[in-house]
Ligand binder design. Sequence first.
Ligand code: SIN
Length: 305
Amino acid sequence: MSQLSLAVDVAGLRLRNPVMNAAGVLGMSHSLLRRIYEGGVGAVVTKSLGPEPRHGHSNPTLVTVEGGALNAMGLPNPGAEYFIDTIRALNGDGIPVVASFFGASIADFRDVAVVLSEAGADALELNCSCPNVEEELSMLGADPGNTEKVTAAVKEAVDKPVLVKLSPNVTDIAEIAVAAERGGADAITAVNTLKGIAVDVDFRRPILTNVTGGLSGPALKPVALRCVWEIHKAVEIPVVGCGGISDWRDAVEYLLCGASAVEIGTAAMKEDLDVYGKVANGIERYLESNGFKEVKEIVGLAHEA
Ligand code: SIN
């Protein structure tokens, strides 16, 4: 009888288990990313990298709110070139790397993707969904035509799996996922954060310097699950679920809605990095106790109920 396996293949990206960290929440040094891997992820996802070093917004950039957190970091990062050595070091450790990236134009997206791909990233996560920056194309992912164009430009330039990370701040996320698939996306990551505001009643002004921020954490989960559900019905490519996962039950909900893997962000900010391994172990126990041998057997199963 075959052994139970947690290993998954997400659009050519082979993972020892279906749990990854979400881009952007934690830092991005080699040692931290290695600790995240030791914490139990199947692959590490970097903070979003752009064409140039970027400071991001001034503090406060993060506030906890009921059910989660609002962040408006503004995509701070050292620039893709600076990160090449870190990717190489992670390669040397045998750690699969998903490099998250962004640009202010389609040409930027393509150029950054080439840098990260040549550095040795195993896959790329195209972030066209940050709600916190004003540049012309920051919310490229709000428009199906632009999503298709940027995806196609990146796919023409690199031969690594490209996951396109979409925003929930749109009317019809399935339409945008279909556009990404048409552009050649290998997988969809759903979702980035939901735009919101928190107000300081004593100072009578928004708490975040950027005024708005992106909501993550448990309050985002039902919205993100709905997005995964709709995308799974609309596309053939795999979906990676992201939003408000705190424990294995949350992760299994995503798998049942149609995600082939999951990403965890906010929960790792308040727990230690063991959260990834705990979630992976919980998924394994769930498969075992319900008579399944592989993760893919439960992907989308709630659609058949
Ligand atoms: C940020 O840097 O503002 C958050 C990253 C994102 O939402 O993509």
